[in-house]
Each structure stands twice: as structure tokens, then as C-alpha cells.
Design a protein around this ligand. Structure first.
Ligand code: DAT
Ligand code: MG
Length: 151
């Protein structure tokens, strides 16, 4: 099976609210592999590049202001089906519509403060990891639990 990678980011509200450990924990417990992790103050141009498909939306300026308003936690996660599974773990964009049990469903109340980002396709996973991480910041390793997660 195809191993994919996804870019997950704890947004500034997630960091300010002390939810970083909780966010990491959800993906860790599920059984995906962490390959990159850093606390990072995002510059304006990177935020705009990351969300370039939303440029022109009425909420775009506020979205960028929010993303650069404090440190974010950048993560790269790897695994079979990780992109779609991560979107399910994160829940719907509007936290009031997100199912209980999801990160947004459990921990957030507003679209503009929805705690976490996750790539929406394997292609965007690769694009976003390349955008947010430099070479040398990612680790390739074999988790000891690998044979207990997949037969
Ligand atoms: P997602 O983060 O679930 O992939 P998206 O890619 O459509 O959602 O939008 C990116 C972010 O932009 C989203 O997490 C919050 C913000 N956003 C999206 N739609 C919005 C809206 N209608 N009003 C305000 N903010 C919005
Ligand atoms: Mg999106």
C-alpha cells in the first residue's frame, strides 16, 4: 500500500490554549509516524503561500492575521491513508459541525479559531511539508511498534 504524508499544524489558538500535547497525542495514538516537528513563528508570506487557494475570499486577510498571530506547531506525519484519516481525526472546518471525538468537535467552537490544520490531499501533503520544513528538519526512522500496527 501507498504510504502518504500529511502536514498537520497546531494553529496559534491551539498553542495559546495549551492543546499542543493533545493534538500530537491524537495522531500518535492512532498509530501514524511523526517525521517532523517544530514550534515556529510563521511569516506573512509563508502564511499567504500556504493558503494561496483561498486568496480572494472575504476571510483571507483575517485568516492570515490569525495564522501569524503567534507560534504554530508544524508537524509532518506519515502512514498508509494518513491524509484522509487525519482529516477525519480533525473534523469539519466549522467546529460546531465537527463530530464529537474529533479534535475540532471536542476542542473548538468557531471556524476562525479551529485549532488545527491538515492537508486535504496527498499532493498538498507533499507541497505543504516542503513549504514548512527545510531539508534536515525531517527524520526517517522506524518506530519500534511498527509490526504491532500493521501485519
Ligand atoms: P480546512 O482547514 O478544514 O481544510 P479550508 O481549507 O476550507 O478548511 O479553509 C482553511 C481555513 O480557512 C479554515 O480552517 C478556517 C478558514 N475558513 C474557511 N472557511 C471560512 C469561512 N467561511 N469563514 C471564516 N474562515 C474560514
Ligand atoms: Mg484546507
Amino acid at each position: 500500500e501507498q504510504v502518504d504524508e500529511t502536514y498537520i499544524m497546531g494553529k496559534p489558538d491551539g498553542v495559546q490554549r495549551g492543546l499542543v500535547g493533545e493534538i500530537i497525542s491524537r495522531f500518535e495514538k492512532k498509530g501514524f509516524k511523526l517525521t517532523g516537528l517544530k514550534l515556529f513563528q510563521c511569516p506573512q508570506d509563508l502564511a499567504e503561500e500556504h493558503y494561496k487557494d483561498l486568496k480572494g475570499k472575504s476571510f483571507f486577510p483575517k485568516l492570515i492575521e490569525y495564522i501569524v498571530s503567534g507560534p504554530v506547531v508544524c508537524m509532518a506525519w506519515e502512514g498508509v491513508g494518513v491524509v484522509a484519516a487525519a482529516r477525519k481525526l480533525i473534523g469539519a472546518t466549522n467546529p460546531l459541525q465537527a463530530e464529537p471525538g474529533t479534535i475540532r468537535g471536542d476542542l473548538a467552537v468557531q471556524t476562525g479559531r479551529n485549532v488545527v490544520h491538515g492537508s486535504d490531499s496527498p499532493e498538498n501533503g507533499k507541497r505543504e511539508i516542503a513549504l514548512w520544513f527545510k531539508e534536515g528538519e525531517l527524520c526517517q526512522w522506524t518506530p519500534a511498534q511498527a509490526p504491532w500496527l500493521r501485519e
